[in-house]
Unconditional design. Structure first.
Length: 611
């Protein structure tokens, strides 16, 4: 028999809504239990006993009641009041059926810097708890008044020496302070009563603000959580893995998908730790894009067909039963799906990756809480599996040319059109998707956990319409997705094209492709002279190359590996454009620094076309 999965718990503070909304979302995402955050309970009209029954009905346990603040190292009269307060909270916990209370290190101005006194008073509290069959988990807040590190909280708990007093370790408090997690191994597992997990981006800011606004689910930030948890498990700790994430976005996001995002993060972490996760198989290797599908209205569809023709693509097939065209050049395939009733509408509806094993890809997606989407198909048509990314983009797992039902190309009987000579485009290099503000971190985790792509560091840049963040997810070979998003929600002043998307095609010679495009009058986006004057000042380029770049509106970037030449088309329909890119000597990125130039150029083009 295989080992059971770890118990998975989520703090109600992670999710938006009322306590009842949070419990329903946690249960629906498959959590085993919850930490009840006191303010959620206080604001609820349901009694603790009713909440207990509600949790039982939902299949949830209540693993922790939190937080109990400012208890220890206080004068006698304050201690009396604090013990009285604790007894009332024990009453509440009794009704809830919860037996573990979190006490966080004091921030009170009444407290004194006296570890012995803190230990003595925590021992007293533990005695009171034990008398009622309860236990106390003491947590060092990173901004505690005197106790700020886990090793300090452990010294106090060890000296208090009571079986009902143990530690709560919170990855944020430990890792934000730069404490060495290896020392956790010196703590006996039975004294670790609870483990709270949060990731976070690296930030140089006040630790309290960092903690309250910017925590993330594991795998979304920069903390080394696998090493941290491995140290905890090495002590013999076998309690739940519990998420405690304070985050401005999650606090206002729909709790159901947020809870799914949370569950996905835990499963990925467990996989990284080598823990059993029911149904989870390793992500099969990918080998590029099978296709990108554009959902288009009538007007945008015909403009995109013209643009693809100008780019050297040929209409090579039409779907047996659906209004979908297949356009090809080299290894690049674009589907135009005329399923939008809005004439000007154009959006990336789907992307398809080549998987070494589409069935296992789908199995992994399902285990990562991305259920396979229902799909209508004719009796002879390929059986393709797809899942929905957080922004609604469908992600297909294909094996083009395979001798099985997954060969989707067989559904596109060829047209008689002779193949155009093409303009040097060899495949899809990357796909760029603007993410809704609320889904940026969730999207990176989705592509990491479900599809098996590695996220790159986040880049931020100032664009004409606000600050933008960008993050690539890639298999470091054949598949790359650029996720872009605004740092804050936009107000009324915003570009007409709020969420542009594009497909970047690869070429081995961007200048040759550019020259051919200009010769045939293709709608290449004009890049202003100021850009090239600045490029000349910044980079010592061969003057002939610079002149060629300038004449053909080709942009340039370089990194420590190599160079990058790229050009853009104008916008088609509501939000789509194309890019053609040439990577030289292993250049890794997507020239994010050039994005503001492109955005301003698109606005100029749009005003010129409408004005
Ligand atoms: Mg905590």
């Amino acid at each position: 028999m295989s080992a059971p999965d770890a118990r998975r718990v989520i703090a109600t503070v992670c999710l938006s809504g009322t306590l009842e909304d949070k419990l329903v979302a946690a249960a629906a995402a498959g959590f085993d239990g919850v930490e009840i955050f006191e303010n959620d309970l206080i604001a609820s009209a349901a009694s603790p006993a009713e909440i207990r029954r509600h949790c039982v009905d939902l299949g949830l346990t209540i693993d922790l009641y939190q937080p109990f603040r400012d208890f220890e190292a206080v004068p006698p009269e304050t201690l009396r009041a604090n013990l009285r307060r604790a007894e009332r909270k024990f009453d509440v916990m009794e009704q809830l059926g919860a037996d573990l209370m979190l006490v966080c290190s004091t921030v009170s101005p009444d407290a004194v810097d006296d570890d012995e006194l803190a230990a003595e008073q925590l021992r007293l509290l533990a005695e009171r708890a034990a008398a009622r069959g309860m236990r106390i988990a003491y947590e060092a807040l990173a901004w505690g008044r005197f106790v700020t590190t886990y090793d300090h909280s452990w010294r106090i708990v060890r000296s208090a020496d009571h079986p009902a007093l143990g530690l709560c370790l919170d990855s944020f408090h430990v890792l934000s302070r730069g404490s060495d997690p290896a020392l956790i191994r010196t703590i006996p597992g039975e004294k670790l009563f609870f483990l709270q997990l949060a990731d976070a981006p690296r930030m140089d800011m006040d630790v309290l603000q960092w903690s309250r606004h910017h925590r993330l689910f594991p795998g979304q930030g920069s903390f080394d959580l696998p090493t941290f948890v491995a140290n905890v498990l090495a002590t013999g700790y076998r309690g739940p893995l519990s998420l405690e994430v304070f985050n401005d976005v999650f606090r206002q996001a729909d709790p159901k998908p947020a809870a799914v995002d949370a569950m996905r993060s835990l499963r990925l972490l467990e996989e990284q730790l080598g823990l059993p996760v029911t149904g989870l198989v390793p992500a099969p290797e990918l080998s590029g894009y099978a296709f990108a599908e554009l959902a288009v209205g009538e007007g945008a569809g015909s403009r995109l067909a013209d643009a693809l023709t100008a780019l050297g693509f040929t209409l090579t097939g039409k779907h047996r039963s659906k209004p979908v065209q297949l356009w090809e050049q080299g290894g690049a395939r674009v589907l135009l799906n005329s399923n939008s009733s809005t004439s000007d509408s154009a959006a990336i509806g789907a992307l398809a990756v080549e998987s070494a094993d589409p069935i296992r890809s789908a199995q992994r997606a399902d285990a990562m809480r991305a259920p396979i989407l229902p799909r209508s198909r004719g009796p002879e048509e390929a059986s393709l599996s797809s899942v929905a990314a957080p922004d609604g983009t469908e992600v297909f797992f294909c094996r083009t040319g395979a001798e099985n039902a997954a060969d989707w190309l067989a559904d596109f009987p060829g047209t008689a059109t002779p193949l155009a000579p093409g303009l040097g485009i060899t495949g899809i290099d990357h796909i760029a998707l603007t993410q809704p503000f609320d889904h940026f971190d969730e999207a990176a985790l989705f592509y990491r956990a479900v599809v098996g792509l590695d996220p790159e560091p986040i880049t931020e840049f100032a664009a004409p319409f606000g600050m933008v963040r960008s993050r690539g997810v890639t298999d470091r070979g054949s598949v790359r997705i650029a996720l872009n998003g605004t740092l804050v929600r936009r107000g009324e002043w915003a570009p007409a094209v709020r969420d542009p998307q594009h497909i970047a095609f690869a070429t081995a010679d961007a200048l040759a492709t550019a020259r051919a495009l200009h010769e045939r009058g293709a709608p290449v986006l004009r890049i202003p002279d100021n850009y090239y004057d600045d490029l000349e000042a910044r980079v010592d380029l061969d003057p002939e190359l610079l002149a060629e770049l300038r004449a053909n509106s080709v942009l340039y970037d370089r990194d420590e590996h190599g160079e990058f030449l790229h050009l853009f088309t104008e916008l088609f329909g509501s939000r789509i454009f194309f890019e053609v890119v040439q990577r030289i000597d292993g250049y890794r990125g997507c020239a994010v620094a050039n994005a503001p130039i492109r955005m301003a150029a698109h606005r100029r083009q749009r005003l010129a076309n409408t004005g």
